[in-house]
Ligand binder design. Structure first.
Ligand SMILES: [Zn+2]
Length: 227
């Protein structure tokens, strides 16, 4: 829904009337609304990339919300367009790991970022399932990309069978411990009641470190053998 609004600039001057597209939906009570405009951040013609925002109020539930726009300002300071900007800040990723992992697993980063974001937003059930999936991708990609095992065979095997085929006992045990807790996150009955998602992350974190060590050591050996 468009509404003609008297915009202001940074000098608190009237900037002119513009047809502005306003949201017609309340993010709080989900009603279809025509929001009240409580305030506007000024248009800054010397910083043309800066956003402007309206504080809006729902006439139904009376709660406030913000709508941001990207202005398009011409050389003569005329406002050409106000484009709705619904971008939102993402939560900080809580799980850090060595960059070598990204070289053997393309999906690990996506899965761990989504899981970590879910955890930060309080979606602990989804986070648990996500971390379990991250273990599976790390283990399978490690065997396929680093140990040169057959892709089709590893892809279709159960995670527990893949873990058994890891030759380094320390990596195998870390993956096993993390996956046991991970399985508890996906099943109805929890087998290991004294362990939780933080223990899973701790094992997974050490697992990424050890896999990264192995990658680095292998690079050093290749380097020495070739000289
Ligand atoms: Zn409302």
């Amino acid at each position: 829904m468009k509404r003609e609004i008297n915009l202001i600039n940074t000098y608190s001057e009237r900037f002119g009337k513009y047809e502005v597209e306003l949201p017609n939906y309340c993010p709080w009570c989900k009603s279809k609304i025509s929001p009240n405009i409580l305030s506007q951040t000024p248009i800054d013609t010397s910083n043309r990339e800066w956003p402007i925002s309206f504080t809006l109020q729902c006439p139904s539930c009376h709660k406030h919300f913000l709508q941001t726009y990207k202005p398009e300002i011409a050389g003569n300071s005329a406002l050409l367009n106000l484009e709705i900007d619904n971008e939102k800040p993402m939560p900080e990723t809580l799980f850090e790991y060595p960059s070598e992992i990204d070289k053997i697993s393309k999906e690990f980063n996506n899965i761990i970022t989504q899981s970590s974001n879910a955890e930060d937003l309080g979606y602990d059930h989804l986070a648990g399932i996500g971390y379990r999936k991250a273990i599976e991708f790390l283990v399978k990609d490690y065997l396929i990309e680093f140990k040169n095992e057959d892709r089709d065979s590893i892809s279709s095997k159960l995670l527990s069978q893949c873990i058994k085929s890891i030759d380094d006992e320390r990596i195998q045990n870390l993956a096993k411990a993390a996956s046991w807790i991970g399985n508890d996150e996906t099943h109805y009955i929890r087998k290991h009641i004294d362990k939780d998602i933080q223990d899973l992350k701790s094992f997974l974190h050490t697992l990424t470190s050890l896999v990264s060590f192995e990658i680095q050591i292998s690079k050093a050996e290749d380097f020495i053998n070739n000289n």
